[in-house]
Design a protein around this ligand. Structure first.
Ligand code: PMP
Length: 422
């Protein structure tokens, strides 16, 4: 049955829990950088499912890998081996430069997995007293919505009335290297430092150029695991295969000239499948990952053959289509073009970001929620984006965009913003 937008929204609102506040648009089809609503209106997707659809909607190579595998075998659980998982693990380990991969399904699950690995490593390798391990996290982080992860969130809406909270987290200011040094110096029970290379949900907050490299050096000095949550920043989004790219073997020329910040524990999700299927992963070297032994951790669906086939295809598309380079080039152009407009704008304060993970900050109080009204107008004008805050709009299109399409999008964005200039 083909519903109208109004009917589809009414149905979701009546039968679905109200755990989201979606922009009112009902999508039914996607191809590349475009999506279509049920009435047939075409839009540029400028969210990419929070940076999951980096390879574009319904990429034929990813869809083929998924459907072909789905006709052979979909799930065995990890009670048995399957013939695809090892191939995927090898491919990903070689690409990202790690010994081992632990497959999960969602970003939050992979974060939970990394936290468990770090704690077990702290007890079994570093020698911290049982149940004393602390993980250092950053203010305004976003790592997911499980009970443990919300325990160290700043987001009141995500956190309130969900206690009691999980212990063992110390929160410090993001992009403040002294704060990290201070906490590492004064606490001998620290297992790891969990950090987003760019804080996406916080409004695309980009730390200073040297922050991650200095943080990694401090972690080494104090024998603390540097845990990078690249669920949103990874897989070419920021113009490099990983935002922490350094030692990986992607041979991406965009990596040169940037500091080497190889994480001890790397968390991936979202675009690891091109958004086609829930696939997440934790990668680490043997000295860390070998603390995980049979029975310690797992998931019925994690590492299933469809997920494995999809992930290989999704990573190959990133390489074959040079999507990191494209994200770097188009991201630069996007910020340059928007800056031309912002120079004379009283509405928009600034544009910030890296590669094709960007945001604009509106010159208004967060509470006015002008960003929402702008996103509704963008929708009317054929472009879908979503505010991270009442005064911040994130722009994260699929990385398969062409230069002409990007310039077309810039003109939609600029003309829409002009409607809101006083
Ligand atoms: N970590 C980061 C940095 C994220 O941006 C997100 C999702 N926005 C997550 C973790 C959680 O991923 P998921 O929604 O797949 O659980």
């Amino acid at each position: 049955e083909q519903l109208t937008s109004g009917d589809a929204i009414a149905l979701e609102n009546k039968y679905g829990a109200h755990n989201y506040h979606p922009l009112p648009v009902v999508l039914t089809r996607g191809k590349g950088v475009h999506v279509w609503d049920v009435e047939g209106k075409k839009y540029y997707d400028f969210l990419s499912a929070y940076s999951a659809v980096n390879q574009g909607h319904c990429h034929p190579k990813i869809v083929n890998a998924m459907t072909e595998q789905a006709q052979e075998l979909t799930l065995t659980s990890r009670a048995f081996y399957n013939d695809k998982l090892g191939q995927y693990e090898k491919f990903a380990c070689e690409l990202f430069g790690f010994d081992k991969l632990l497959p999960m399904n969602t970003g939050a699950e992979a974060v939970e997995t990394a936290l468990k690995i770090a704690r077990k490593w702290a007890y079994e390798v570093k020698g911290i007293d049982q149940n004393k391990a602390e993980i250092v996290v950053c203010e305004n982080n976003f790592h997911g919505r499980t009970t443990t992860i919300i325990s160290f969130s700043n987001d009141a809406t995500a956190r309130e009335n969900f206690g009691p909270y999980t212990k063992g987290f110390i929160k410090i200011e993001y992009d403040n290297i002294e704060a990290l040094e201070d906490v590492l110096k004064n606490n001998s029970n620290i297992a790891g430092f969990l950090v987003e290379p760019i804080q996406g949900e916080a409004g695309v907050y980009v730390p200073s150029e040297v922050y991650l490299a200095k943080a990694k050096a401090l972690c080494e000095q104090y024998n603390v695991l540097f845990i990078a949550d690249e669920v949103q920043t990874g897989i070419a989004r920021t113009g490099r295969l990983l935002a922490t790219c350094g030692n990986c073997s992607c041979k991406n020329k965009m990596c040169s000239g940037t500091p080497d910040v190889k994480p001890d524990v790397l968390i991936l999700g979202k675009a690891l499948s091109g958004g086609a299927y829930p696939v997440s992963a934790v990668l680490a070297n043997d000295s860390i990952m070998n603390v995980i032994r049979p029975g310690n951790h797992g998931s019925t669906f994690g590492g299933n053959p469809v997920a494995a086939a999809v992930a290989i295809a999704a990573l190959k598309v990133i390489q074959e289509e040079n999507l990191a380079e494209n994200a770097h080039k188009l991201g630069k152009l996007f910020r340059e073009e928007l800056n031309k407009y912002i120079e004379n704008s009283s509405l928009v304060k600034l544009v910030r970001g890296k590669g094709l993970l960007n945001a604009i900050v509106i010159n208004d109080d967060e509470k006015s929620n002008k960003a929402w009204d702008i996103c509704l107008a963008l929708r009317d004008n054929g472009l879908l984006a979503k505010p991270t805050h009442g005064n911040i709009i994130r722009f994260a299109p699929p990385l398969v965009m062409t230069e002409d399409q990007l310039l077309d999008c810039v003109s939609i964005i600029v003309s829409t913003l002009k409607e809101f200039e006083k």
